[in-house]
Design a protein around this ligand. Sequence first.
Ligand SMILES: Cc1cc2nc3c(=O)[nH]c(=O)nc-3n(C[C@H](O)[C@H](O)[C@H](O)COP(=O)(O)OP(=O)(O)OC[C@H]3O[C@@H](n4cnc5c(N)ncnc54)[C@H](O)[C@@H]3O)c2cc1C
Length: 457
Amino acid sequence: MIPGDALNELDAMLGERLSTGKSDLALHGRSETYHGEMPPDAVVYPDTTEEVARIVEICARHGLPVIGWGTGTALEGHASAPRGGVTVDFRRMDRVLEVVPEDMLVRVQPGVTREALNTELRATGLFFPVDPGANASLGGMAATRASGTTAVRYGTMRDQVRGLEVVLADGRVIRTGTRARKSSAGYDLTGLFVGSEGTLGLMTELTLRLWGQPEAISAAVCGFETTEGAIAAVILAMQMGLAPARIEYVDVATVRILNAIDGADLPERPHLLLEFHGSDAAVAEEAARFGEIAAEHGGGDYAWATRAEERSRLWSMRHRAYHTILASRPGATAVVTDVCVPISRLGEALGRAAEAVAASPLEGPILGHVGDGNYHAILMVDRDDAGEAAEAKRLSDAMVAHALELGGTATGEHGVGFGKLHLMEAEHGAAWDVMGAVKRALDPEGVMNPGKLVRGN
Ligand SMILES: Cc1cc2nc3c(=O)[nH]c(=O)nc-3n(C[C@H](O)[C@H](O)[C@H](O)COP(=O)(O)OP(=O)(O)OC[C@H]3O[C@@H](n4cnc5c(N)ncnc54)[C@H](O)[C@@H]3O)c2cc1C
């Protein structure tokens, strides 16, 4: 319960931008996956950094948790409120503050979504490449160190964030980073806040790197006789230095569902979905080289999509795939795995994952950003069936244990939230304690998004 005094102080500052309505609280307690609803006690909609700082200061004084909220698409309960408190929804802080084409930089407020940014940039010849599928906020994407289909060429949020403005747990406002391409000036605080899931502070402004829109883009769909062949083609392509902008794997189960529900017309085989960016000549050369590699590994049915509408149909089908898979079992939710392994071990990891799913009573189509060694099994479960959830978590934990043996990670891009908290000790050992020490140094009272990412906060 939120104390009356705290509510009065927030109300005096925010008026109608403070909400305690049941449906608003429920909306801000929901997760996209199997985690139950954990609503906050209040939701606030600030307009400025100063208001965010004051909100944090009021909450800290009253011992109330503060949880950042972008668009709520994170998958591990990151933005829900297991201990109640105040959710800070950044949707009104949605301005592109400055575009600096000469330095290929942009300064944005955290509530700007990636699609809105790219719409704004369209006339500049520049674009922002990170694409997690969901139209997430840039604040949320930085907070989860998101990546997605294009990271194989352009990198993740870690590689795009040049600087931040952050409100700390004590209400102080700091700036990290500079506009320079590089700096040796002390600890990399920007890197520390990127991926911190709102547990160290709230980002109120981001300076991001931009890229030139490619002169030519070409996409292709390629079916393979076997999964081993598809993955061997990916590994060889990456080892030979090909630089596809996207290289995505979908297994046969996913293909069947896309055909049945989303109107795709793909042969029932494992497929790679690819995109190449560059000059006309470079795109043609990369595509031809990949075609040769694919042919050597049982790839055929190489279908090109050169027109923009065909490409956008392909990628929106890929981006819808999670919801299409869920639609194949009405009422189901999912435990979504997210392991990432070194590219040389991808075949082993994916092979073991596919065997484990096949041996389980659960359905778990597999798809992923295989150029990065990252893939997801969408383990479908009935929300009310504790046995199914337990089986899905068993499978997921086994995949993580194998990925760690292979030198990989429990989560390539979705992050920890509370859903992957139990895996952190095994991945980090004593380094996880160091994360806890950083947390305690910056947030001794445990105000910022408690119960997530680090132990016992
Ligand atoms: C269908 C689907 C597909 C997805 N595919 C991918 C994918 O391919 N790659 C990928 O990386 N992710 C993927 N995701 C996960 C999700 O889109 C990302 O985690 C996204 O980056 C979260 O952004 P958001 O705006 O929704 O943040 P939210 O979910 O609102 O918040 C995420 C976290 O960030 C914190 N936060 C939010 N704003 C701030 C702020 N301003 N300052 C500090 N902390 C803040 C929150 O407290 C929370 O801990 C997918 C999700 C869905 C539903």
